[in-house]
Design a protein around this ligand. Sequence first.
Ligand code: IPE
Ligand code: IPE
Ligand code: MG
Length: 238
Amino acid sequence: MLDLDPEKLPQHVAIIMDGNGRWAKRRGLPRFYGHREGVKTAKRIITKACEIPIPVLTLYAFSRENWNRPAREVAALMDLLRAYLREELPVMLEKGIRFRVIGERERFPEDIQALIRDCEEKTASGTRMTLVLALSYGGRAEIARAARLISQAVKAGDLEPEEVTPEVFRNYLYTADLPDPDLLIRTSGEQRISNFLLYQCAYTEFYFTPVLWPDFSEEEFLKALKEYQGRERRFGRV
Ligand code: IPE
Ligand code: IPE
Ligand code: MG
């Protein structure tokens, strides 16, 4: 087992959970089976992150662009999300997880919105780990939204244009109260950010693995964390 240095644990790990479709295709199965398996992986990684513990874990579950997938696939993903939120609330409560959603939640069916609200409210006092699910999330839309909110604040006279610094700007992002990710993991071999946490990843360490998300084990997760601990972060200094 890989030993982690408890002094150098990332405060926030973000994961682009990619490769479900290819996992299923390789087995000659419809893409849905890959997504179903991917949910199981997410549960295992959440449990592991809780044990370590990683204070904040953000999972990219559905992008804004993912609405453009075939209606059948979108519907299947909605069913999985619905089931996940229903089943996991007691688990989150038991583990001390604080649950949060970032993204355009208003685009989801009303019953899913209600489940999200319920999970957020009931887990609000969880202190072990914050689990953030990015749903209908897009980094550019988040930045545009922040600009919109700032314009409204300026127009209302609550903020001066000169006061809009990077530190103030970040207060208008969904992640205002969370630290920036220290480590971003992407599975499936793709080496791109796909509109995820664009503002927040300014100094994030990236880790890419060819492993498809359904095959991403606790060991693979520890491997990524171990590699992170060996990186030298300079933040522009020498
Ligand atoms: C990630 O797996 C899950 C979502 C984007 C919802 P994909 O469905 O993108 O799987 P691939 O990339 O087609 O293999
Ligand atoms: C990114 O994966 C979104 C999620 C994992 C939810 P995609 O599969 O949608 O990204 P692209 O299309 O390969 O960039
Ligand atoms: Mg993909």
